[in-house]
Design a protein around this ligand. Structure first.
Ligand SMILES: [Zn+2]
Length: 203
């Protein structure tokens, strides 16, 4: 079935690892996947999807003005595209999510979007909001908080171990800057287990 998929999670959940695994599976079956990632995420260099376990995949990039539909349509004209996988899909605009829907509906190519649901303040990213509205298939990739509960929130951790409550929505960083927390600890701001003497450990 040709669908628009949204696989969302908190930070450091292994989203990119799953994406790379899915991409590899398509290659192995002799299919042609096209991988896309956000231009602004230059943690590992532009045009690359890198998973924390050490795998890397070259990828096309999208920025604010990329017409994702046109990009895939032209790739598809050169050689049939079997599936589109998009990392950092929270950075798509609502318009680009509609373009993804047209890739599915008009070109008949499935699109799998991987991204964060909410930002460090607990607000939906524009791309995630549009994907929650438009995707045919929505799946949560689970990860856990330090307390063992399901981590649904992504917190930005400041130097000293407290969590940021204000600031720009987009500030690129990896494990060092962000941590996945359950709702309770996102709200309380406890980023790690209290140590035996009752003081919080530095993050
Ligand atoms: Zn927790």
């Amino acid at each position: 079935m040709t669908s628009l998929y949204f696989k969302y999670a908190a930070m450091n959940s292994g989203k990119s690892t799953q994406l790379l695994q899915a991409h590899y599976n398509y290659i192995e079956r002799g299919m042609r996947p096209v991988a896309l990632t956000a231009q602004l995420d230059d943690r590992y260099g532009a045009g690359k999807i890198t998973a924390r376990i050490g795998l890397t995949l070259p990828a096309d990039t999208f920025d604010k003005v990329t017409d994702v539909y046109d990009l895939i349509a032209s790739r598809n004209k050169d050689k049939a595209v079997d599936i589109v996988v998009i990392d950092e899909a929270q950075f798509l605009s609502a318009e680009q999510v509609r373009q993804c829907a047209r890739i599915v509906d008009d070109l008949g190519i499935p699109v799998m979007c991987y991204g964060l649901k909410t930002d460090f303040m607990g607000q939906l990213f524009p791309g995630s909001e549009a994907l929650l509205r438009f995707a045919d298939n929505i799946e949560e990739i689970k990860t856990i908080c330090w307390c063992g509960r399901k981590a649904t929130m992504t917190a930005r951790v400041l130097e000293g171990g407290s969590i940021a409550r204000a600031g720009a929505q987009v500030e690129i960083g990896g494990n060092d800057k962000y941590t996945a927390l359950c709702r309770k600890h996102f709200i309380s701001g406890e980023v790690s287990a209290p140590s035996a003497d009752g003081h919080k450990k530095a993050a």
